[in-house]
Ligand binder design. Structure first.
Ligand code: HEM
Length: 47
């Protein structure tokens, strides 16, 4: 589960491009992506 979600974040599939056009603050830096993924793994388990 955490791995699938991480893939969406790393590939740039999520957040969606159209959403980012309306909400530029949703763009995540590399560090923010890493924090989000670390949190997902801590919460949901997985590598
Ligand atoms: C970093 C933030 C986000 C993460 C980690 C995330 C993650 C995901 C994941 C894991 C799925 C399931 C995809 C699948 O079943 O293959 C999904 C689907 C979806 N997400 Fe996100 N999401 C994020 C932000 C957003 C935002 C901001 C929106 C729009 C307001 C959005 C709209 C959708 C929609 C409409 C779907 C279902 C349709 C689709 O698969 O494209 N997501 N998201």
């Amino acid at each position: 589960m955490a791995n699938e979600i991480s893939e969406k974040i790393n590939s740039g599939e999520m957040p969606p491009r159209d959403y980012i056009l309306l909400h530029p603050e949703a763009v995540l830096s590399t560090a923010e992506k890493r924090s989000l993924i670390d949190g997902l793994r801590a919460t949901l388990g997985g590598r």
